[in-house]
Design a protein around this ligand. Structure first.
Ligand code: PGA
Length: 244
């Protein structure tokens, strides 16, 4: 179902004390907002974050997982393990594709496993270089959704993250982003939340929030500073709520 969502991807940052402090501050700072807030800390801190959040509104996710339910796969985390502590899983992030050789096939297997386990996959797609209307995100999305019946498309989240915008400070223009998202939705994503990610910060967030095509954000660097992330969530919640 489409709804306002802000996801924080902490990547491989934070030590135990930072994770504790960040989770607590974000829990306190976002409790009254009208937007779904999802934190994706490193998996090793998930238990701590879970106990801080308790039955609060914030949701938890992981940044990756394997698709097998269990087995001799040293170092991997299974969907069933994730399910014990979290509800979301980021899949196919460009850093997974670039540094760990993840292919569209792997992403597809993981999407299927997530849905099978009742986890919400956040499928990341995005083109390497600036283009007028990039084809790669659509191709990646179609591959990620292979064998997933259209009736289940409202149970996934799509994150459009142009690679050239990730961690570069060069965020994509909101109008351009809205155009790409409209193009992506044509494969049957009318009810699917679609997020934007790439150098989002509190000073550029309003431009995205005002576009009805964009349901939410996937925030990397700026999600590691509690004050900045809370501000992003506040703006998202206020602008989206005001528009309704
Ligand atoms: P960024 O990262 O906000 O630091 O650009 C976004 C992401 O990688 O999900």
């Amino acid at each position: 179902m489409r709804r306002p969502i802000v996801v924080g991807n902490w990547k491989m940052y934070t030590r135990a004390a930072d994770a504790l402090m960040l989770t607590t501050a974000i829990r306190n700072g976002t409790s009254r907002l009208n937007t779904e807030v999802v934190l994706c800390p490193p998996a090793i801190w998930l238990s701590e974050s879970r106990s801080i959040i308790g039955k609060g509104k914030i949701k938890l996710g992981v940044q990756n997982m394997f698709y097998e339910p269990e087995g001799a796969y040293t170092g991997e985390i299974s969907p069933l393990m994730v399910k014990d502590l979290a509800e979301y899983v980021i899949l196919g992030h460009s850093e997974r594709r670039e540094f760990f050789g993840e292919k569209d096939f792997d992403v597809n297997e993981k999407v299927i496993a997530a849905l099978h386990t009742d986890l919400t996959p956040i499928i990341c797609i995005g083109e390497k270089k600036r283009e007028k209307l990039p084809k790669q995100p659509l191709h990646q999305l179609e591959e990620a959704l292979q064998h997933v019946p259209k009736s289940k498309y409202d149970r996934v989240i799509v994150a459009y993250e142009p690679i050239w915008a990730i961690g570069t400070g060069e965020n994509a223009d909101p109008e351009y982003t809205a155009k790409v998202i409209t193009f992506l939705r044509e494969i049957g994503l009318a009810k699917t939340p679609v997020l934007y990610g790439g150098s989002v910060k509190s000073s550029n967030v309003a431009g995205y929030a005002r576009r009805p095509e964009i349901d939410g954000l996937l925030v990397g660097g700026a999600s590691l500073r509690a004050g900045e992330f809370i501000k992003i969530c506040e703006i998202w919640s206020h602008v989206k709520h005001f528009r309704e």
